[in-house]
Design a protein around this ligand. Structure first.
Ligand code: ATP
Ligand code: MG
Length: 443
């Protein structure tokens, strides 16, 4: 596709993360292209092309299931591609009305030649369609390592900012004055944390320094964008390291304040271990190419705040569904202040958590129906994780592992056997003992 642009007389470069990853010898996640062709011109060249974005218009060119993002050089330091909600964001429940507006409104608002830039009173760029040349485009990129251009015409790398050297030194450095760049787009603070976690680079001192002072600016960022950024932090294979970096840089406090507060108040707790292990498990799944879901992620991240909300009820009510669901709702509501978690995921979190006591105390043959529950698999994974930390009875986790492996008849036998055990005289004592232990480890 780069060649089609070139053959039509345009400049075309690979840019950003893919060039960085190629230099690092790791496979790029996706390919971003920049060109001096205008969006409308790109659209004429590619049949399978759609123009997207309001704050910044760019072209998505489809190759089967792959999307290549083709952007036109821009001339200011506005946020780029990643500011746009993910293509698969659910328009029903994401709070991302920005992309839903008809293009016509946009064009009306545009001044004359379709170029425009709008800032808010804090210097944050709200909209930006000022097209430019490559040597203007480069200054709007965030980190030097992300600002390299690979020219397909002669296979050369164009480096205006010392990015090649920084990559070799594994150094993460913002282009330009860090404070100005964070003010323009506070999400760059989260991106710094993400690349620190993902690449294992050392953050340059001047790049790290303003973060504690400016992290409050993240409050002004649309919650839908923070949701997207949260998924990039936690669901792309380095979630455990992302959490460590976010905590160390004080950014978890602004992104998920209740989670940060819980972890700070309970250092070394079983919940902290559960969160870290949950993130590590998710990371392994990503690396194995298995699917991962925001539902499981948020159930793990919010585990502490949910447990805390449950514990604020009287102990005899801790195992009631109403208590558990109220606790989930409270924890989710507090998280939603900052991150717009689409409803299908928050519903999933509630179901996963509410299934925990039912998995811990399966009741006869009715328990078998839980295997059919759409959230069973996620709830079972959470049960395993809890059992691993001693937050749920290990024998029940094993029981559910086994029951999934056996035949239908054997399942019925296992359910009956369990029901039978429970009616044995010593069983109530065992249950009571477990219940008394539970105050320290609810849900
Ligand atoms: P990844 O490998 O995680 O996708 P990436 O570097 O490709 O990393 P993207 O979010 O896909 O990151 O963005 C592509 C490029 O756009 C970046 O490399 C960077 O040059 C530029 N960019 C993205 N977001 C911003 C931003 N908020 N501010 C400035 N430049 C940005
Ligand atoms: Mg990318």
């Amino acid at each position: 596709m780069l060649y089609r642009l070139r053959d039509a007389g345009y400049q075309a470069f690979l840019v950003g993360g893919c060039v960085r990853d190629l230099l690092l010898g790791v496979p790029p996640k996706d390919f971003d292209v920049v060109t001096n062709a205008l969006p409308e011109e790109i659209k004429k060249l590619f049949r399978n092309c759609r123009l997207v974005g309001r704050r910044f218009r760019l072209a998505h060119v489809y190759f089967g299931r792959e999307i290549v993002e083709v952007a036109t050089f821009r001339a200011s330091s506005a946020p780029l591609q990643s500011e746009e909600p993910l293509p698969d964001a659910d328009p029903e429940d994401g709070e991302a009305p920005e992309i839903d507006e008809p293009l016509a409104t946009e064009l009306e608002e545009d001044s004359g030649n379709g170029e425009e830039r709008v800032l808010d009173e804090h210097g944050r760029i709200l909209r930006d369609n000022v097209y430019g040349t490559i040597d203007e485009d480069v200054w709007r990129r965030d980190f030097t390592a992300n600002a390299l251009y690979y020219n397909i015409a002669d296979f050369s790398v164009w480096d205006y900012v010392g990015g090649v050297e920084d990559i070799a030194a594994r150094r993460l450095r913002l282009i330009g004055d860090p404070e100005t760049r964070y003010r323009e787009d506070p999400v760059r603070m989260l991106r710094a944390a993400r690349f620190e976690a993902k690449l294992g680079f050392t953050v340059d001192e001047a790049t790290a320094e303003p973060i504690p002072r400016l992290k409050g600016l993240l409050a002004a960022v649309p919650a839908a964008r923070l949701f997207d950024e949260t998924l990039k932090l936690f669901l792309t294979g380095h979630g455990a390291r992302s959490l460590e970096v976010l905590r160390r840089r004080g950014l978890l406090e602004t992104l998920l304040p209740t989670v940060a507060a819980y972890l700070d108040a309970h250092p070394g707790s079983l919940v902290e271990k559960l969160v870290m292990q949950g993130l590590r498990n998710t990371d392994s799944r990503v690396l194995e190419g298995k699917p991962v879901t925001p539902t499981f992620l948020f159930a793990v991240l919010l585990y502490g705040p949910i447990a805390q909300a449950i514990e604020s009820a009287p102990p005899e009510r801790w195992h009631e569904q109403a208590t558990i669901l109220d606790a989930c709702d409270r924890a989710i509501r507090e998280a939603q202040v900052h991150i717009a978690i689409p409803r299908r995921f928050t519903l999933g979190v509630r179901e996963m958590i509410a299934l925990q006591p039912r998995l811990e105390h399966p009741r006869g043959r009715r328990a078998l129906r839980l295997l059919e529950h759409p959230r069973f698999r996620a709830a079972y994974d959470l049960l395993l994780l809890r059992a691993e930390q001693g937050l749920a009875p290990a024998e029940m986790a094993q029981w559910w592992t086994r029951i999934q492996e056996v035949s239908a008849e054997e399942r019925v036998r296992m359910a009956d056997e369990l029901a039978g055990q429970k009616s044995r005289p010593e069983a109530p004592r065992k249950r009571r003992r477990r219940r008394r232990r539970r105050p320290s480890n609810p849900t």
